[in-house]
Design a protein around this ligand. Structure first.
Ligand code: GRF
Length: 198
C-alpha cells in the first residue's frame, strides 16, 4: 500500500513540487494534500496544476492563538488522513502539542547543516561565521525547533564573494534532491541517513 503524504508550505513551493513530481511509479508514497497557512502562497497554484488537492488555512485571523490555528490544521489532516507530513518551506512554528501528535511521521527541510544555525537567516549566519561549507538538512520534527533526528544532509562549498542569495540559489536544487531521496527511503520505512555533496 502506498503511503499518503500531506505537504505543508508557506511560499513558492519548489520543494513541494520536487516531492510531488517524485511520487509516481514504484515510489512508496503519493501526495494527497498540499496545505498552506498563506492563501497567497504561490505553491498552491502549482499543486492544483498537478491535480493535488489543496487547502489554505490563513493563520492571521487566529492571531496569537496557535492552538486554535493548529486545531484547524489537525481537522483538515484528519480528513486527508496522511501517514506522513512533509514541511516544505512551512514557516509557522508548531507547538509541542501538535508535533507530539505526528512525531515519527513528520519531516522538515532546513537550509543549514544542523545542528548549526537553527531558525532563520541561515545563509547569512554561515557567511558571517566564515564557514567554508554550508548545506541543508532533512530531519524528523520534534518539539524543539529544527532539532529532531537528522535523516539526510547535503553540502556545498562556500565560494569567495558568496552572498546569502547566491548560497540560497546554489543550495535549492540540492534541497530538492535531498528531500526527494529522504522521503522515498522514509516512506519505505528506512531511516538510514543520506549524505549528498553538491
Ligand atoms: C527553502 O530554502 C527551505 O529550506 C526553507 O524555505 C525555503 C522554501 O522554499 N525552509 P520553497 O517554498 O520550497 O521553494
Amino acid at each position: 500500500m502506498t503511503k499518503r503524504v500531506a505537504i505543508l508550505i508557506s511560499g513558492g513551493g519548489s520543494n513541494m513540487v520536487a516531492l510531488a513530481q517524485s511520487m509516481h511509479g514504484d515510489h512508496p508514497a503519493r501526495p494527497v494534500l498540499v496545505m498552506s497557512n498563506d492563501p497567497q502562497a504561490g505553491g498552491l497554484a502549482k499543486a492544483r496544476a498537478m491535480n493535488i488537492p489543496t487547502l489554505a488555512i490563513d493563520h492571521k485571523p487566529y492571531g496569537k492563538d496557535r492552538a486554535a490555528f493548529e486545531a484547524a490544521l489537525q481537522k483538515a489532516l484528519e480528513t486527508a488522513k496522511p501517514e506522513i507530513i512533509c514541511l516544505a518551506g512551512f514557516m509557522r512554528i508548531l507547538t509541542p502539542e501538535f508535533t507530539a501528535k505526528w512525531e515519527g511521521r513528520m519531516l522538515n527541510i532546513h537550509p543549514s547543516l544542523l545542528p548549526k544555525y537553527k531558525g532563520l537567516h541561515t545563509h547569512a549566519r554561515a557567511l558571517e561565521a566564515g564557514d567554508s561549507e554550508h548545506g541543508c538538512s532533512v530531519h524528523e520534527v520534534t518539539a524543539a525547533l529544527d532539532d529532531g533526528p537528522i535523516l539526510g544532509q547535503a553540502r556545498i562549498a562556500v565560494h569567495a564573494g558568496d552572498t546569502p542569495e547566491t548560497l540560497a540559489t546554489r543550495l535549492l536544487p540540492l534541497e530538492h534532491a535531498l528531500y526527494v531521496a529522504v522521503l522515498r527511503r522514509f516512506a519505505a520505512g528506512d531511516r538510514t541517513p543520506i549524505n549528498l555533496d553538491g
